[in-house]
Design a protein around this ligand. Structure first.
Ligand SMILES: NC(=O)c1ccc[n+]([C@@H]2O[C@H](COP(=O)([O-])OP(=O)(O)OC[C@H]3O[C@@H](n4cnc5c(N)ncnc54)[C@H](O)[C@@H]3O)[C@@H](O)[C@H]2O)c1
Length: 608
């Protein structure tokens, strides 16, 4: 075997990848329901979901093990990937495989009701939890960024985020425009990658006209091909013309505009196009993933394609562009747009840039004194001095604070499942059961009706919907019954995003502006993680930095496999009760009246 040149890989990818061990064929879950490669369905499910995360139809860049969200990976490198697969195949029913940042490190003797896999990704002690420090460890091959569902093997492609984005846009319709529909309203956003690529469809599912600015034509073309986006253009004037025509006719339309949001957004203002709603999902949470004005690729991609660029120069340009981008969003807000942050930390990045130039934070990622001076001059030129309002909050709010918190108070969040048979008929049977179980939940029924017609099956058949406390346990048991009576032909993986009511501490996203000021308290995801483990989830995970970047969040994930057995019923009931239960408790503790009412009505025990 040719030995991997690790030093060269570190230069190219920023980390050792053991590329010579990359499988020759691309990966996909083996969907043969009968064929167990592992000794238990739990280990088999973990393996199929890992493979599904890396299916090229699902993953953003499977060859580098990147699933979504910047560099969110499923395994540390190809060497560790193979070791994970072997360990899962050999794992006994009373053993637990421990994964440390994408590397299998211990097969622990446990018991049959314990999780088969425990995953810890990207966790660092507080004082060391910086992007720079993390990048150094990544470079040494000691850590990996797991995002939320990438490193915990429950990513389900763009659909995963489609529901959340659909809900947020729908909530904007109700709260900002007092309407069930966004017909005749325009949305402007950025990014059309793995998760951000859900935005065009989430907009049109709400009847809106949406312009989504993406630097890479190939990303827009992919979403047009997948039916997530209607049209592609390179021409900003054409995008405005199409948008205005559709707005006038109150027809839904999604437009992918090839361009850099830092350039297009100020241009939209100059041309007098002020959208009704403005948000953003470019990959701003990592300064080296956001593409600055004048560039077509991010930092890693530039290195891969042989462009010799100084790190500090790239980072400086990235900060400058993010500042121009955010300034345009603030200007649109002052001209009447509803503006909210969609969880990519772009506000934090601009705040960091301001802190660096004002000497409140050290210059990061190889920036020199000259780089800092150049950045300072740019911030002065575009007149941005803060991203905060006079009360100390952000000048435009995050989407959780604005739209999602009331749902969290009911224990609601992104509940999802994947059918391990690979058979779309199994997915249909579960969709039908969902509608007949909750016929009065009109938004849920509308969601399932629309999404089953429009969302393509990519990789394993999967579905997502937001269910609350009580509803998740009820429906988990129904799925188990469908397997028991043979309606569904193989076990089903049930999980959720880490973006949930009780599983995350993320002060600029999920826990922004908590009523009692408890935004940064991360005891809650710890409690959630431990409870799901002791109650018998199939695998559990604890991560750092997902969604918004290193140093900015801590969060837990859980997955439980329904296999149709009576034993599993007990575990499903336990896990699917306490998982949203921690969310109710978290919001009761923070003083939310709605959570207190839900706890009382649904008999969630809170110590008096
Ligand atoms: N619920 C949430 O909070 C939520 C949901 C979805 C995404 N996000 C966040 O949104 C971001 C994107 O996630 P993703 O999975 O789509 O990442 P991704 O890396 O797959 O896609 C991001 C896209 O942004 C594009 N881009 C980068 N800089 C740009 C620029 N200046 N102008 C135009 N396009 C640019 C990239 O080319 C890429 O296609 C992440 O920060 C993620 O955490 C948050």
């Amino acid at each position: 075997m040719i030995l991997t040149d690790l030093k060269k890989e570190i230069d190219i990818f920023g980390r050792p990848m053991y590329m010579d061990l990359k499988p020759k064929k691309s990966l996909a879950a083996d969907e043969s329901a009968e064929l167990l490669h592992c000794k238990t369905w739990d280990a088999e499910a973990a393996m199929r979901m890992l493979l599904n995360n890396l299916n090229p139809k699902v993953a953003r860049n499977w060859e580098e093990l990147i699933v979504y969200g910047g560099s969110g990976r499923a395994a540390r490198n190809w060497k560790e990937y193979h070791k994970i697969i072997s360990a899962l195949k050999e794992l006994e029913a009373d053993e637990t495989l421990c994964i440390q940042s994408g590397k299998p490190v211990y097969i622990a003797p446990t018991h049959t009701e314990a999780p088969r896999v425990i995953i810890a990704n990207s966790n660092l002690v507080g004082n060391w939890a910086t992007q720079d420090y993390f990048d150094d460890l990544d470079k040494l091959g000691l850590m990996m960024y797991g995002q939320m569902t990438a490193g915990s093997w429950i990513y389900i492609g763009t659909q995963g985020i489609l529901q959340g984005t659909y809900e947020s846009f729908a909530a904007s319709g109700k709260m900002d425009f007092n309407s069930d529909s966004l017909a005749g309203k325009t949305i402007l956003t950025g990014g059309m990658g793995a998760m951000s690529g859900a935005q065009p469809m989430a907009g049109t599912l709400n009847d809106a006209v949406i312009i989504d600015v993406e630097i890479k034509e190939s990303e827009i073309a992919r979403k047009v091909e997948e039916n997530y986006c209607d049209r592609l253009t390179h021409d900003l004037d054409e995008a405005i013309k199409w948008a205005n025509e559709a707005k006038k006719k109150k027809e839904p339309l999604s437009i992918g505009l090839v361009g850099n949001a830092a350039d297009t957004h100020p241009e939209f203002i100059r041309k007098g196009f002020i959208p009704d709603i403005v948000t953003d999902q470019t990959s701003a949470h990592e300064v080296k993933k956001y593409v600055p004005s004048g560039y077509e690729k991010n930092y890693t991609e530039l290195l891969e394609s042989g462009v010799n660029i100084r790190e500090g120069e790239y980072v400086r340009e990235s900060f400058k562009s993010m500042a121009s981008h955010v300034k345009a969003m603030i200007d649109m807000q002052s001209k009447g747009s509803i503006v909210f942050d969609y969880g990519n930390a772009i506000r934090n990045q601009v705040e960091l840039a301001l802190d660096i130039v004002n000497g409140r934070a050290p210059a990061a990622n190889g920036m020199t004194t000259e780089d800092v001076a150049d950045l300072k001059q740019h911030l002065k030129k575009i007149s941005i001095t803060t991203v905060r309002n006079e009360k100390g909050g952000y000048v435009f709010p995050g989407f959780v604070l604005k739209y999602v918190r009331p749902l969290f108070c009911e224990g609601k969040g992104p509940f999802r499942w994947a059918t391990l048979s690979g058979n779309p008929k199994d997915l249909d049977a579960i969709d039908d059961a969902l509608i007949s179980t909750f016929p009065d939940d009109k938004p849920l029924v509308r969601w399932i009706d629309r999404v089953r017609k429009t969302v393509p099956i990519l990789g394993l058949p999967t579905r997502i919907c937001w269910l609350g406390y009580g509803e998740r346990a009820k429906f988990g048991l129904i799925i188990n019954d469908l397997i028991k009576d043979g309606t569904v032909t193989a076990p089903v993986v049930i999980g959720r995003d880490h973006l949930d009511c009780g599983s995350v501490a993320s002060p600029s996203r999920e826990t922004e502006g908590m009523l009692d000021g408890s935004d940064a308290i991360a005891d809650w995801p710890m409690i959630n993680f431990a409870l799901n483990a002791v109650n018998g989830a199939s695998w559990v995970s604890f991560h750092h930095g997902g969604g918004v970047g290193i140093g900015k969040s801590l969060h837990a994930g859980m997955v439980i496999v329904a296999d149709g057995t009576p034993e599993r019923e007990k575990r499903l009931k336990r896990v699917l009760t306490v998982d949203p239960g921690t969310g109710i408790a978290r919001h009761v503790d923070a003083g939310y009246d709605l959570a207190k009412k839900v706890a009382k009505d649904r008999k969630v025990k809170i110590p008096k």
